[in-house]
Write a new protein. Structure first.
Lengths: 302, 410
């Protein structure tokens, strides 16, 4: 009798081992399927159509992509995205510098730290508004200063030469704070014995930083790189708040271009917007694949 | 809050959101989120319910910007019985998609073809009427009367007089025109008026409905006139960085003397500190004497969605909205002009001037971004903004616009 029950249990065990993980994964997988995978497939599908979101969809094959290749705004957006990508990375050394500066024990350091972290806490919309006023011709501090310096009024956000740099600078402010926090956390975990040993060997200043501190901060640097690169490709809020892509489309980026074509009052070209989304997705995939393979390699090596 | 009451609150808010109408009830969606329009709307609904005690109006008031995308959703998913929108080509996508109801019978039965005559053309697509207009306002040049007097300038009536006045102001260190083009649409007013004066209303309609290429010499002629103001620096600098409200301080501080705008700007000018007798209104000057004078008068309208559940009562509402009494009262609160020509004239001096100008107009244009297809409007106004910064790039801009026109109106 007891023997039989035991037999039954054993025979069910492998089954249970197979099923249980899937059961636990199911809610997450379901969410991932509904909110990530299906929309991606749908975007690809829509991008082959001409559709205004109301009427019937009509299949136009690669039409949207061919049009995209002939669209000046697309190249402006690509170029601006590249600028974002490169210049946004400045937030990593800037964040490191601030973190090193703040990594000391003086009275009230927590207050200073939280003040430096403040720009990351406030909404991007607020950051955008602050910088818009900062640059505003007539009364903005920067424009008043530039006028005093050069005798000429420069409206950063109305000048196609400077506008993207102006927005990126606004974006660097909160992003630097984010990187700073990552590095501060990293600096807490620095092995003090290694630092002592290095000091005995005569390392100090820059060589200490480069050969001893930075290698230990590598995980923090990696995370900072990932969030910064992805963040730069997602740049939307600031562009939307500060210029809405203007003047005459010169500060467009892919994400805002997509929104404007697909969802704004003047657009509702769902197919075209989806095509832009697909291009943005493919660009992101390059970076995401790189990051994930690196992460997997590291896990395997340890 | 106890859970039960929470639940009750939830049910209540659900009930408020739901747009399924009971018998004798109409659901009305609109975007009167600013104080004056909101008050006008509340009064209209109260008066309507008094006149039709058997009908109650359930009003969902949306935020102005959010409404533009919300309407696309609720027209297909959960249509109300009455919805606010705009005249001209702005309503065309919904008419084409079969989402608006033909209301020609409301016009027919209530004699609206006569009473709302000035807006009839902009409410007609395929020979049918698709909604009822209730208010519009004029555009024109608002100028600083006191500055003009100081400089000894008479309000210009022709293009040459305007150029002479501008030159004189510029010499006195005053920028002739203020404008803020960040939101793009103020440039549309300039293009429209120059186009209406150089080529006329019929050409404006042909161009905005995509029948004329942007590379046409007549379009180029508009930009040549425009360049006569842009090249000598008759517009304020850095206009691409500011919104239309931010352009008003230039006028208030006397740094600029004129502003081509809609009548709604007068309230902001007064808030900014200008007295009523400091502000003058003048019709956009004549350029080609052979072209009859047409004006811009963007019209706001109400429509019945094709999927409405209570069309019978919704039509009663539209008929009431079109009546002279309703339009008189509403526009008094709105500070705008009634469309119904039997309605009482407004008392405000600027509205009076506008009323006179519009009643003598050859035709009324809706505005570039309402007459042209939405995509074309966006690209077009971006081109206008670029032109106002870099007038020598006009050929590149027009070629780009032509490329877009060819795609949008295929």
């Amino acid at each position: 009798m007891t023997e039989a029950v035991y037999q039954k249990r054993v025979s069910r065990r492998p089954n249970r081992l197979k099923l249980a993980p899937w059961l636990f994964l199911a809610p997450g997988l379901l969410m991932f399927l509904i909110y990530v995978l299906v929309p991606i497939v749908e975007s690809f599908w829509i991008s082959f159509h001409d559709w205004d979101g109301l009427g019937a969809m009509s299949w136009i094959g690669m039409g949207n992509y061919i049009e995209l290749l002939d669209d000046d705004t697309f190249y402006v957006s690509l170029w601006n995205n590249l600028l974002w990508l490169v210049l946004y990375l400045l937030s990593i050394p800037a964040g490191l510098a601030v973190a090193l500066f703040l990594n000391q024990n003086v009275a009230g350091i927590r207050i200073y730290k939280s003040m430096f972290f403040f720009p990351f806490v406030i909404s991007q919309v607020v950051v955008g508004l602050i910088f818009t006023w900062f640059y505003a011709p007539g009364f903005g501090p920067l424009s008043v200063f530039l006028e005093w310096l050069t005798g000429d009024e420069i409206a950063i956000l109305a000048d196609e030469r400077y506008v993207t740099y102006g927005i990126i600078l606004a974006g660097l402010w909160p992003q630097t704070a984010y990187c700073m926090i990552l590095y501060l956390a990293g600096l807490n975990n620095i092995n003090s014995e290694q630092v002592e040993a290095a000091r005995m060997d005569g390392a100090k200043g820059f060589s200490m930083l480069w050969h001893v501190i930075l290698p230990q901060l590598r995980p923090a640097t990696f995370i900072a790189l990932v969030v910064t690169v992805i963040g730069s490709l997602r740049s939307f809020d600031l562009v939307s708040i500060m210029t809405a892509g203007g003047p005459y489309g010169s500060s467009q980026v892919l994400s805002y271009f997509m929104y404007e074509q697909a969802l704004s009052e003047y657009g509702y070209r769902m197919g075209y917007g989806a095509a832009i989304a697909v291009v943005l997705f493919l660009i992101m995939m390059v970076f995401i694949t790189f990051f994930i393979t690196r992460m997997l390699n590291q896990e395997r090596n340890t | 809050m106890t859970p039960i009451r929470k639940l009750g609150g939830l049910a209540l808010s659900l009930a408020l959101l739901s747009t399924s109408a009971l018998a004798g009830e109409i659901v009305l969606n609109s975007d009167q989120s600013d104080p004056a329009p909101k008050k006008a709307m509340e009064e209209l609904i109260a008066d309507f319910q008094e006149a039709h005690p058997d009908i109650t109006v359930k009003w969902n008031n949306f935020d102005h910007e959010g409404y533009k995308s919300a309407i696309r959703n609720f027209l297909t998913a959960n249509p109300p019985d009455v919805a606010a929108w705009y005249a001209g080509n702005r309503m065309k996508p919904f008419v084409d998609a079969g989402l608006f109801e033909d209301v020609s019978d409301v016009w027919e039965e209530n004699g609206l073809n006569e009473e709302l005559k000035s807006a009839a053309a902009s409410m007609t697509i395929d020979g049918k009427k698709w909604g009822v207009p209730y208010t519009y306002y004029q555009w024109g040049i608002y100028y600083r009367k006191d500055i003009f007097e100081e400089q000894g300038i008479e309000p210009p009536k022709t293009w040459d007089e305007l150029l002479a006045a501008s030159a004189k102001l510029k010499e006195a260190g005053i920028t002739p025109f203020t404008i803020g083009t960040k939101a793009l649409w103020p440039t549309g007013g300039w293009f429209d008026y120059l186009n209406l004066r150089v080529n006329g209303y019929e050409f404006h309609m042909d161009l905005t409905s995509g029948k004329v290429p942007y590379t046409d010499p007549r379009v180029k002629a508009v930009f040549e006139k425009w360049a006569e103001l842009v090249e000598p620096g008759y517009f304020i600098e850095n206009h691409a960085a500011i919104d239309w409200q931010d352009a008003i301080p230039h006028l208030v501080q006397g740094k600029a003397a004129m502003y081509l705008m809609g009548n709604f700007a007068v309230a902001t000018m007064k808030d900014g500190g200008l007295e009523e007798d400091q502000i003058g209104f003048l019709q956009f000057p004549q350029i080609n004497p052979d072209i009859p004078m047409s004006e811009e008068a963007p019209t706001d309208t109400f429509h019945i969605p094709a999927g409405a559940k209570n069309k019978e009562d919704a039509k009663k509402f539209l008929a009431y909205l079109a009546s002279p009494e309703a339009q008189t009262k509403m526009n008094k609160t709105l500070g705008q002009l009634p469309v119904n020509n039997k309605a009482e004239k407004p008392e405000d001096p600027f509205l009076e001037a506008g009323f006179e100008m519009l009643s003598e107009a050859h035709a009324l244009a809706q505005f570039y971004d309402r007459d042209a297809a939405a995509e074309m409007a966006k690209a077009g106004m971006e081109g206008f903004q670029e032109f106002m910064v870099k007038p020598d790039k006009v050929d590149d801009i027009l070629e780009r616009l032509e490329k877009i026109r060819a795609r949008v109106y295929k």
